[in-house]
Design a protein around this ligand. Sequence first.
Ligand SMILES: NC(=O)c1ccc[n+]([C@@H]2O[C@H](COP(=O)([O-])OP(=O)(O)OC[C@H]3O[C@@H](n4cnc5c(N)ncnc54)[C@H](O)[C@@H]3O)[C@@H](O)[C@H]2O)c1
Length: 423
Amino acid sequence: MKRLSAVVAGYGMRGHIYSKLLKQLSEATDIVAVAEPVDIRRNLAKKICGISDDALYLDWREIASQPRMADFAIIGLQDADHYEAALEFIAKGYDLLLEKPMAVTPRQCKEITEAAEKKGVRVVIGHVLRFTRFYCAIKEIIDSGELGEIMSIECKEGVGNEHQSHSFVRGNWRNEAECTNMLIAKSCHDMDIIQWLIGKKCKKAHSFGSLSYFKAENKPKGAPARCIDGCPHGETCPYNAVKLYLDDKKNTWFRGAATLDLVSPTDEAVEKALREGPYGRCVFSCDNDVVDHQVVNLEFDGGCTVSFSMNAFNKGGRTISVYGTKGELNGVMGTGMLSLYSFETRKTTEIDSKAMGNTIMSGHGGGDAGIVRDLIDYFGNDIKSKSLCDVRTSYENHLIGFAAEHSRRTGTVVDLEEFEANL
Ligand SMILES: NC(=O)c1ccc[n+]([C@@H]2O[C@H](COP(=O)([O-])OP(=O)(O)OC[C@H]3O[C@@H](n4cnc5c(N)ncnc54)[C@H](O)[C@@H]3O)[C@@H](O)[C@H]2O)c1
């Protein structure tokens, strides 16, 4: 196998996860440079990636402005920064692992797609669900023909009430102007999976949704702007930041985001973050405007219909039902269990997707490890797994989310072809 080299732009949560996996899963990849402005994260990158100080940069532009120094670039920057970085790295001839969403507007996604096609570089979007055992098993069952022709899919993304509060009320993805809308920031995974499973083009999109709960009018009487300042509702409020960030020592995800220390955030640093940073705010006193519940209806080529729902008001997790002419498949991602009912035999078979395939279970149901493993084969030896797709397919699947969001805003049914033609 060809020895691969990579550069990392943005050593945050995702940059760190991918770098660790590259090191664990493959003896065949060298990380040769990392750009990250936060000291504590850059120091971590130095240790994890085993690189010297002169391979560490403060800004990804310092890497992209040099002659190409690696086979591929991992872009783990925040959503709004993907566009500029992707275009610069593509221009230099890097293959990309570009975190989802591809970019924050349909036009930016289109430009990235066209630039990659013109330059002949491969772009893999961080759509990790495609690489989980759960969705790979569903794809395998659909492609085997056991369900017959797929007539309809119902699926739910339960974001989880605490996850919503952390990411979409207090955190990085709370405000559309700073980032993008909820369907693109979060449910672009689901739009992508739905199209992958059906294997046809989406024709029409329709959506409703709003921000109903996490807003100022629902703030309980007497609640201060910051939970740590003695909120009278602190005992019973599920969003009390003191409980979620300071008391729950095991939640390194929340504590790492709040303090920027991804590995060992101290109580002192967490407390400072709750007093001064965005994660200490009362969930009813934030500058959030992205929806907390949204439904999407889709129609695909050939008439297959899809009904998708995301909302914050649950423990978290995805479920799916696939209805075909020969049978029905129901699945719960959290347990990995699938239930297949055959119309012919009138029998139900229980399938444990965790026992299928060879994906190492870890972040995102094995998806993080799966994408890294598959992209090493792809970038190294041009072996393309079933889960991988070309950049144009990823672009078209992002368009489903953008079109559905356009529908929500305009109260119209959006024709995907017309939507793209009018970009
Ligand atoms: N695939 C998935 O399932 C998944 C899950 C979570 C997040 N994401 C996406 O991954 C991306 C990163 O998310 P994250 O949670 O790691 O965020 P993060 O904020 O932890 O990481 C982004 C990093 O980029 C750094 N950065 C900022 N400006 C920079 C610059 N000029 N040069 C170099 N680095 C710079 C920041 O300091 C930060 O450490 C986002 O687009 C997010 O939507 C994907």
